[in-house]
Structures are given as structure tokens and as C-alpha cells.
Design a protein around this ligand. Structure first.
Ligand code: FMN
Length: 461
């Protein structure tokens, strides 16, 4: 049987998420990101296309690496202004039945205790459709506004995140027994106190002695997403992630990334396929190859070169304004997203070296992932090639314009994939975790988080 393909939609609570300048396109609606209707309409549209979920990115700082200032980011609307992603979810859940929600929240600045409650609340309200994209941050500007001189060093950020997750697993998995809430009207007992346990966490970064203050939700721990692909990022993902977002410029680079992740999952005592891997991609499609190409060129005419370099500088942690446009960036070291630099270097080893101009062009539509252009049949062929050759599970689709890019994928590509039997025609009932892995609502026994359950092998405390 041919390999199945899955889609996620990649968005952010801002304009022209990864396609700087495209907000000026007459059909783009991203400038209405600050209305509920934008999000509820989008959620309903994606559910029509049986997307696994919508993944909402987030940052807590401005992109001020390019030119050493945030002026270009502000001028271009390059992920600033940006609103909170978590507040969008209830409204989208209310108008859909199956769509999953992967919300991004960083581990560096917010205490895990209130965050635990917020995610549990969403898991209740969505009936178990919420996921958390765990990020460790990459923008020094975010750190400064949280009162730090700079962000933590790259690998230290992940060590800190390890303890952050430990606290959360204890709260989500190990505080309330399943039958703690009894709602006994005659005895006047809402919750049996003997079944609610203090977690007694005392660690290097956090002290949380008490109980989780929310009752257990359908999934308890939200589905854990992760999106860092450096060696330390992969080690973190291997222990925690149930879905992983990667960004690779070519199939060759992606093949290496996917196999490193699957090896790491196995090394962490999990199945090679215990996490769904989605790679970032943008699809430009239409009825014919010619129309799709014309559409792509028209989109490019709205792209902002400056905005693209603002993004790429932020992701790479390198001020690209210092380079000549035709210069390759070469061997640089980064305290931002290390996998971005590693991917460019690996691509050069495969014979394709990126100059600053290429990096800007590559990033101008859809950010770090490639953009593919063609008719529905051509795109379907390419997607099948990508999954067969790289062992990736699916695609995290960025948009050029919204909702136009999603509408085009649903109209031209999904019907072809469905006809070929490689794309879902309906949703599996149940929680997001069950939809993704078919093994129930809760973290599987072999997952690190399950070790914090009451009565589990790993002692809580
Ligand atoms: C596809 C993709 C999406 C990401 N989305 C976000 C995001 O929304 N917010 C954020 O702070 N970091 C985001 N990141 C950054 C990572 O989560 C991670 O913190 C960073 O990549 C450093 O990890 P690495 O050096 O291990 O790759 C994203 C990375 C990738 C590849």
C-alpha cells in the first residue's frame, strides 16, 4: 500500500506569517488576524480538508538581528504585531469537531504552574484536541524584555526545558487520580481529597510543592509537539515529542534529519514512528501547471526581500545585512536555531551553496521550507515522492496568501491524493492523541511523562 500523507496548517497570530510582504496581495486576508472570524473560518476550512491540525507559531520578541534593529521588522509587519496564540483555540474548537490545535508556548519565561492550568483548561474545552509546541526560544529580544541580559545558551535552554516538562508531567499525570472527582451530592463531596496528591517538586529552576489545581482533562498532558532539529533539540524531542516539525530545504537534507530523529526515538526506548514528523512546505497550485506558475510569479511580486532577510537573520542568529548579496554565509556559529545553519551547510555539501540572495529568495514565501509549484496532479506526485524517499509522515503547510493557499490545496491537491488512497477522507473519532497515533487518549506507557503517574515506576517527588 502506498504511504499515507498528513497535513498540518502552519499559521501565527500575525500578518503574512512566513511570507513577508504578501499581506499586500488583494486576496490575502491575513491583516484580519485580529478578528475571531479569521480564525473560526480558517478552522472550518481546514477541517473540510481533514487537516490533522492547525499549528500556531509564536514568538515573544521582535526580529532585531537584521541591521541590529527592529525597524525593518516593524515596517514589514514581520511577525510584529503578534498576538497570543492560546486565546484563539476555544473559538476555533467551538466551530469544529475534529481539528487539532498545536499551540506554541516557550519554556524560558513563564512559570510552569499557571501554564499547566491553561493547557488543562484548553484540553477540557476542546474535548482533548489540544497540543503544545514546546519551544525554547531563539530571539535575544524576548529575553531582554523578560529582564535578562541575553537568552540562555542554546543547550542550556533545553536543560531548563527538561525540568519545565518534569514539573508539567507531575502536575498533569501525577497529581489527580482518575476517580478523584466523585460529585457525591448526598455526602456533599465534590472531590475526594485522598485522591489528589501534592507533587513536591524541588529542582534547580522550579519549586512546586502543591497539587495541580485543575481536574484531569481528556488527554491529561496535551499532545507534545516539538520543532528543533539540532542534536540537543533531537535528544529533547526523542524523550518527549509525539509530533515533530522540521524544516529542510531539500529532500536530501530532510532524509538525514528524519533518520536521525527516528534513530533518536529508538535510542530513547520508543518506537521509530512514535512521533509523527511533518516537514515545512508551501504549495502553490492551480488547475494547470501554467496557471500555477503564473500565480507563483504574481505572489513573488508582492514578496518583501527585506522582510525575508529579517526573518532569516532572526532564525539564523546572523545579521545578513553585513554580507554582500552574492556572498555565501559559510561557516558560522549560531545561538539561535542551529538546525537552520546546519541545513544550509549540509545543502552545500550536496552541491547547492546558498548565497545571501538565495537565502532571501528561499525565505520569501513560506519561510524555511521549500515552495513547490504545479497542478494538483504534479503536486500530488511530488508529495508522494517526498514521503517515499525521506520517510517523513506529512507536511506542515505554510501559506503564501490566506485563505487562498489552503483553498487551493483543498480544491486541487487533496482530491487527487484521496483518489490515490493516500490521504484521509474522514477523521478518526476521539482525541487529538488518538487521531494521531491510534493508541488512546493518554500518553503511552513507554512515554517519559507516563512515568510520573501515580503508582508508576518513576517516583513522583
Ligand atoms: C518548523 C519550525 C517551527 C518553529 N516554530 C517556532 C515558534 O513558533 N516559536 C519559537 O520560539 N520557536 C520555533 N521554532 C524554533 C524551535 O522550536 C527551537 O527552539 C529552535 O529551533 C532551536 O532549536 P534547534 O537549534 O534545536 O533547531 C521553530 C522551528 C522550526 C524548525
Amino acid at each position: 500500500m502506498s504511504r499515507q500523507i498528513r497535513f498540518n496548517a502552519f499559521d501565527m497570530n500575525c500578518v503574512a506569517h512566513q511570507s513577508s510582504g504578501l499581506w499586500r496581495h488583494p486576496e490575502d486576508r491575513s491583516a484580519t488576524y485580529n478578528t475571531l472570524e479569521y480564525w473560526t473560518n480558517l478552522a472550518q476550512l481546514l477541517e473540510k480538508g481533514t487537516f490533522d491540525g492547525i499549528f500556531i507559531a509564536d514568538v515573544l520578541g521582535t526580529y532585531d538581528v537584521y541591521g541590529g534593529s527592529n525597524e525593518a521588522a516593524i515596517r514589514n509587519g514581520a511577525q510584529v504585531p503578534v498576538n497570543d496564540p492560546i486565546l484563539l483555540v476555544s473559538a476555533m474548537a467551538h466551530v469544529t469537531e475534529h481539528l487539532g490545535f498545536g499551540v506554541t508556548a516557550g519554556t524560558a519565561y513563564e512559570h510552569p504552574y499557571p501554564f499547566a492550568r491553561r493547557m488543562t483548561t484548553l484540553d477540557h474545552l476542546t474535548k482533548g484536541r489540544v497540543g503544545w509546541n514546546v519551544v525554547t526560544g531563539y530571539l535575544p529580544s524576548a529575553a531582554r524584555n523578560m529582564g535578562h541580559d541575553d537568552q540562555m545558551e542554546h543547550d542550556d535552554r533545553y536543560d531548563h526545558a527538561d525540568e519545565y516538562l518534569e514539573v508539567l508531567y507531575k502536575l498533569w499525570e501525577g497529581s489527580w487520580e482518575d476517580d478523584a472527582v466523585v460529585k457525591d451530592r448526598e455526602r456533599g463531596v465534590f472531590t475526594d481529597p485522598s485522591k489528589v496528591h501534592e507533587i513536591g517538586h524541588r529542582g534547580k529552576h522550579f519549586t512546586v510543592p502543591g497539587i495541580h489545581i485543575s481536574e484531569p482533562s481528556p488527554q491529561r498532558s496535551p499532545v507534545i509537539y516539538q520543532a528543533g532539529a539540532s542534536p540537543r533539540g533531537i535528544a529533547f524531542a526523542a524523550g518527549n515529542a509525539e509530533a515533530i516539525f522540521v524544516a529542510a530545504p531539500t529532500k536530501e537534507v530532510l532524509t538525514g534529519t528524519v533518520s536521525r530523529i527516528r534513530d533518536a526515538l529508538e535510542a530513547a526506548g520508543r518506537d521509530r514512528y512514535a512521533a509523527k514528523i511533518y516537514t515545512l512546505l508551501t504549495i502553490i497550485t492551480d488547475e494547470t501547471p501554467e496557471k500555477a506558475q503564473a500565480k507563483y510569479e504574481e505572489y513573488l511580486s508582492y514578496a518583501s526581500d527585506e522582510g525575508a532577510l529579517v526573518f532569516m537573520s532572526g532564525w539564523m542568529g546572523i545579521d545578513l545585512s553585513q554580507y554582500d548579496l552574492d556572498e555565501p554565509v559559510g561557516n558560522v556559529k549560531s545561538n539561535a536555531i542551529q538546525s537552520v545553519i546546519a541545513n544550509l551547510q549540509e545543502s552545500a555539501r550536496h552541491g547547492k551553496e546558498f548565497t545571501v540572495r538565495d537565502i532571501g529568495r528561499h525565505g520569501s514565501i513560506g519561510g524555511l521550507g521549500p515552495t513547490i509549484v504545479g497542478s494538483g496532479t504534479q503536486i500530488a506526485d511530488q508529495l508522494q515522492e517526498w514521503v517515499e524517499e525521506t520517510d517523513v509522515d506529512g507536511f506542515n503547510l505554510a501559506y503564501a496568501i490566506t485563505p487562498g493557499t489552503w483553498e487551493d490545496v483543498i480544491e486541487h491537491v487533496i482530491p487527487v491524493l484521496r483518489e490515490r488512497g493516500v490521504y484521509p477522507t474522514e477523521y478518526t473519532p476521539g482525541t487529538l492523541r488518538h487521531k494521531l497515533h491510534g493508541r488512546g487518549d493518554r500518553l503511552p506507557e513507554e512515554h517519559k511523562g507516563a512515568g510520573y503517574r501515580i503508582g508508576a515506576q518513576v517516583a513522583v517527588g
